[in-house]
Unconditional design. Structure first.
Length: 345
């Protein structure tokens, strides 16, 4: 995506400079997912949004250092919110638990002497949950049509262009997210089975195993947090299922890596996927912090809402430094949140 003419970029920079004293906050949490070589980036916008290249990550960390921002651990967020002092702080988080977080991202963070947190979904590491968004990409690349029986009704799709693949992907993703865990897994298995693909192949290829997660925790730079058992849309779950997703995930990670898990990232994490019920349970489950994907910087008042922290999400669909500058300034969040600095609803 073009960043615009020099004049347009100048206007954006001025707007960011104006917004930063009011909406820049005292800290921010950056949400990332994958670090992928240029020639392996997804052709689909939805998946490419999860991906940055190694060069882009280095540019982001260099930008952070040149701005004089303090890069801290999630463990330090509570104290920095309760007792603001010094430079603005930044925390880097990665969601899901991709293998490239260990093999590609961690060495880059080590080069910069900066810490990162990787929030893992235990079902990915246990190899019993499909990374279905990449499985769908494989289906779309392997054929041009698909037909299944779902809930007693025939469903069929066809595609030939990239736009059509994007449309079908969006339709499948919406249908999958609308299911409970059992329905989601059955639907993904039906789609992959009809295409002659293994629904767990992408999980095996892309995700950390438990040895990798434990290796992360042995590095000074690495912290492992929780990202639920099965990466379901939490708002759609019953109370019992929600408790299992948050409480059992914490216990499982602690047992497998031998470290106390203090931090949680909600799957999906937007307004429709997580709310006060989830915030309250995260607190009761003894998570020190829990992060959403609601856009915003951190302010002292967030010390009272540690289980509802906003993040700034970097997308591979946009020039990373231009996007980061606008996000970190608070300009985009201010517009999205109707000029409120702390938003909980």
């Amino acid at each position: 995506m073009s960043s615009g003419s020099p004049f347009q970029r100048h206007l954006k920079d001025l707007a960011c400079a104006f917004a930063r004293p009011f909406f820049g906050g005292i800290g921010c949490i950056i949400a990332l997912h994958r670090i992928v070589p240029e020639d392996q980036l997804s052709p689909l916008r939805e998946n490419r949004a999860l991906e940055l290249t190694p060069g882009a990550l280095r540019a982001v960390l260099d930008w952070t250092r040149r701005r004089g921002l303090d890069v801290i651990r999630m463990d330090e967020v509570k104290q920095r919110l309760s007792d603001p002092r010094g430079a603005k702080f930044v925390v880097f988080t990665f969601d899901d638990g991709y293998r490239d977080n260990l093999t590609v991202a961690l060495p880059i963070f080590r080069d910069f002497g900066m810490p990162l947190t990787v929030n893992v979904t235990t079902g990915f590491l246990d190899r019993n949950v499909s990374v279905w968004w990449y499985a769908l990409e494989d289906i779309l690349a392997s054929r041009s049509a698909l037909r299944i029986e779902w809930q007693g009704q025939p469903r069929e799709w066809s595609w030939s262009t990239l736009d059509e693949r994007e449309r079908v992907f969006a339709e499948w993703a919406a249908l999958i997210r609308a299911q409970n865990r059992e329905g989601r897994d059955a639907l993904v298995a039906a789609l992959c089975g009809e295409a002659g693909l293994d629904s767990m192949a992408c999980t095996d290829e892309l995700m950390l195993d438990w040895a990798g997660a434990k290796e992360l925790t042995t590095q000074w730079h690495g912290t492992v947090g929780a990202h639920s058992l099965s990466h379901c849309d939490l708002a759609r779950l019953s109370e019992d299922d929600l408790e299992a997703e948050l409480i059992d995930a914490k216990a499982t990670i602690e047992a497998r890596v031998g470290r106390v898990v203090k931090h949680l990232a909600y799957p999906f994490g937007g307004r429709g996927s997580v709310g006060r019920r989830e915030f309250d349970l995260a607190r009761e489950a003894d998570y020190l912090t829990a992060v959403t994907t609601r856009t915003g910087n951190l302010f002292p008042d967030h010390a009272w809402h540690l289980q509802a922290l906003p993040r700034l999400t970097l997308s591979g669909n946009y020039p990373p430094l231009s996007l980061l500058n606008r996000l970190e300034s608070g300009l985009l969040a201010a517009r999205a949140n109707r000029w409120k600095r702390v938003v909980l609803e």
